[in-house]
Ligand binder design. Sequence first.
Ligand code: HEM
Length: 525
Amino acid sequence: MEHLLSGLALDSEFFKLGGTVLGLCLLFLVTSRYTARKGIKAIFPPGPTGLPLVRNLLQFPSHFFWYQLDAWSKLHGPVYTFWIMNQPFVVLNTAAAAADVLDHQSGITSGRLQTIKGAFYGVDRILTTKAHSLGWRAARKAMHASFNIHSTLRFGPLQAYDATNLCLGLIRYPNKPFHLHVHRWSASIIFRCLYGHDAFDIEGDDPSTNMRRLAEELVQALLPQNSIVDIFPFLTPLIQRSKWLRREADTWKKETDDEGNRLYDGVDPTATWSTFVGDLNTNLEKYGLTKEDANWLSITVYIAGQETTAYTLRVLMLAILHNPAVAKAAQSQLDSICGSRAPSFEHREQLPYIEALIKETMRWRPVVPGGVPHLATEDVEFQGFVVPKGTIFFDNIWSQSRDPAVYPDPDAFDPTRFLDAEGCLIPQAPDIPLLAFGRGRRVCPGRDFASNGLFIVTATLLWAFDFEWPVDSKGKPIMCGTSEMEDHVVLTTVRSFDVKITPRREGLEEKLIEILAERDTDLSV
Ligand code: HEM
C-alpha cells in the first residue's frame, strides 16, 4: 500500500515490456476517460493492428516513443490511429494533417489529458497541462502580454548579456562539461526574466536548483507506470481520505508552492527590464488571476522554458561539430557583418544564416519530438474521418520535420534549405511554421523569446570561438554520434559531450569583460 499513489511497482515487467511512454500526458493506459459514444459513426484513420484487449499497448517502446510513431507513419501514411486499450490516439505525421486538425480546428482540439494522479498533484495549475478552460485562457493572456513578439524584446539586453557571460564561462572554466555551461545559461535567462537578479555565475550557486528538482519529481510522478490510481480509479476515494497515501503529492505541492512563492515574493524590484512577475503583480486583476495563479504561471514558465532551450543549444552544438562547413559559413557571415564588434540584435536581419541554422537545428532534432498531446473536446471531422471527442492527437513533430516532400534529404543538416538563392530567409508557408513549437491555440507561447535567446547566443558563440571535438591521448577525436540522444519523457536531447573551444579573437577574455560592462549598462538604462 505504501506506494499506492507514488507508483505501481516501478520496474514491473509488464510495463518494461511495452507499457510506458507518453510522458506527462499519457496516463490513461488502462483506464482511459474515453468512452465510445453512441449515436456517432466514428471513422478512425486506420493504423497498426494490435492484440485483443490491450491492442497496441505492448508495441510501445519504453523509451523514444517518437521513433515508433515514425515507423508506423511509414506504414500507415500521414494519419493513423493506434489504441491503448479502448483509448484512441490519432497521430498527425505531416504538417498538412497537423494544420487541418490542430490549427484549423483548434477550438475543439486544444484540450489536455486530465488524470487522477495529475489532479492529486494539482497539475491544473500548470499552464502546459491545464484543460482548455477560462483559467487556461487567462493564464495565456497574461503570458502573451509579456512574451508576445514585441514585448519579449524587452528581455533582449539580458539575453545578450547572458550570451556573453556564457562565452566568458567557457573560457574561464574549460574543464566544466559543456552541457552544464548551457544549463546555467538557459536557467539564468529564464530566471532573470521572471524574477530579476544577477546573471548566474557558472561556478556559483544555481538559484534554480530547487525548481529543477521539483520539475523532475513531477515528471517522474506522472509517468504512466507510476500511477496506479489511474489504472485502478476505484482507489481514488481511498487516497482522497488518507493523508498518508497522499503525502507524496501533498509534499510536492507544498514544496513547489513554497519555492514558487519564495521566488515570487523575492522578485528584484530594482530589475530594469520589467520582470514577468512584476508585470503579473501589477496586472493581476486585468488578467483575472489570483496571486496563486500568478505564482504557478511563473513556475510553469520556468519549467517549460529552461530545458527546452538548453536542449536545443546542445543539439545545435552537435550539428556544428559534425558539420564544420556550416560553422564556417555562419562565421563568414558574422565576420562580414559584425567584424570585431560582438553580434547584437541590431545585426539580426543581416544574419539570415544564423536564423537558418537555428531553424535547421529545430527541424533536424526537435527537442519535443512527439509534441504535447492535444485532446479533442468535441467530435472532429477531417479528411473524411470522424474522430470522437476524447480522442488524443499526437502532433508528430519528428515525422513532420523529416517529411521528404517538404524537406528533401531530411537526415542531412543543411541550414540553406531555409534560404533562397540570394541567401535570404524564405518566408514561412502558413501551414508550415517552425514545427518544433507545436500548433494551434496551444502553440508555444515562449517561441519568440526562445528564438531571440537562441539567435543571440548562437551568433555570439560562433563569433567568439571555433569549435572542435576534443582528442584523446592518441590524437583521436572524442566524438558523439548524431543519434546518441537521451530520452527525457516528452523531451529529448543529445547526450552530454565535450567540446574543444579556441578563441577566434586576440584578447577575447578582456573583450568579453568589456562587452559585459557595456551590456550591464544597457540593462540598467
Ligand atoms: C526551443 C525552445 C522551446 C521549444 C522547442 C518549445 C516547444 C514547445 C511545444 C512543442 C509546446 C507544445 C505546443 C502544443 O501543445 O502544440 C510548448 C508549449 C509551451 N511552451 Fe514551449 N518551447 C520552447 C521554449 C519555451 C520557452 C522559452 C517558454 C517560456 C518562456 C515556453 C513556454 C511554454 C508553455 C507555457 C507551453 C504550454 C502552452 C499551453 O499548453 O497552452 N516554451 N512548447
